[in-house]
Ligand binder design. Structure first.
Ligand code: NAD
Length: 181
């Protein structure tokens, strides 16, 4: 695992508020992740993105930095890490306290998930359980989970699936907001 970029802090001229709040975005270099990181920075959050570049490239976050400019870029930290490796997540959470986590680090190609179900189960389920465990350990209990369809396509209700895996207070699964425990 490597840590790059500048840590949270720096100027926040023109941001919309939320200074001081910190959000971790898993899969932050991916398609939805980069758009989310960009919007969070514009909203004034300090953002940490973690990604293993399985389906993305470092240049994606460089583009985000280019769009938001140097002041807001100073509030973006990138950490190279794999959610299936718990030590990587421990290091992410040891680095700072997060007010919330937005979880996009999943594999989602349907055909590939049929060809390699074990790889998909391991990545999407183990990664999510590891994330939950480390969040719980560090007292972070706000999670937005963009669930990968290949991992949740069995017929089950949106209210039951996350309850089986997660027990934080609120989770949003593919547009369904679910209150937990
Ligand atoms: N794109 C959509 O329309 C859509 C709709 C609903 C849900 N989703 C879900 O949202 C999530 C993100 O979607 P996307 O379109 O941005 O996908 P994406 O492939 O562009 O982004 C996912 C990112 O997660 C990273 N990643 C994957 N496994 C990882 C791991 N173990 N550790 C660290 N990083 C890892 C990848 O490298 C990639 O950068 C997926 O789970 C997807 O199923 C996507």
């Amino acid at each position: 695992m490597a840590i790059g970029g500048v840590g949270a802090g720096g100027g926040a001229g023109g941001v919309e508020g939320q200074q001081g709040r910190s959000v971790l975005v898993t899969g932050g270099a991916g398609f939805i992740g980069t758009h989310t990181v960009l919007r969070l920075l514009e909203k004034g959050y300090a953002v940490t993105a973690v990604d293993n570049f399985h389906n993305s490239v470092p240049e994606a976050l460089d583009r985000v930095r280019h769009i938001v400019g140097p002041a807001l870029s100073a509030r973006l930290q990138f950490i190279f890490g794999d959610l299936t490796i718990k030590d990587d997540l421990e290091k992410v959470f040891a680095a700072k306290r997060y007010d919330a986590v937005i979880h996009f680090a999943g594999l989602k190609a349907v055909a590939e998930s049929v060809a390699h179900p074990e790889m998909y189960n391991r990545n999407n389920i183990v990664g999510t359980v590891n994330l939950y465990d480390v969040m719980k350990k560090h007292g972070c209990n706000k999670l937005v989970f963009s669930a990968p369809a290949p991992a949740t396509s069995r017929p089950c209700s949106a209210t039951r699936t996350p309850r089986a895996v997660l027990s934080c207070r609120r989770v949003v699964v593919s547009g369904h907001s679910v209150e937990l425990g």
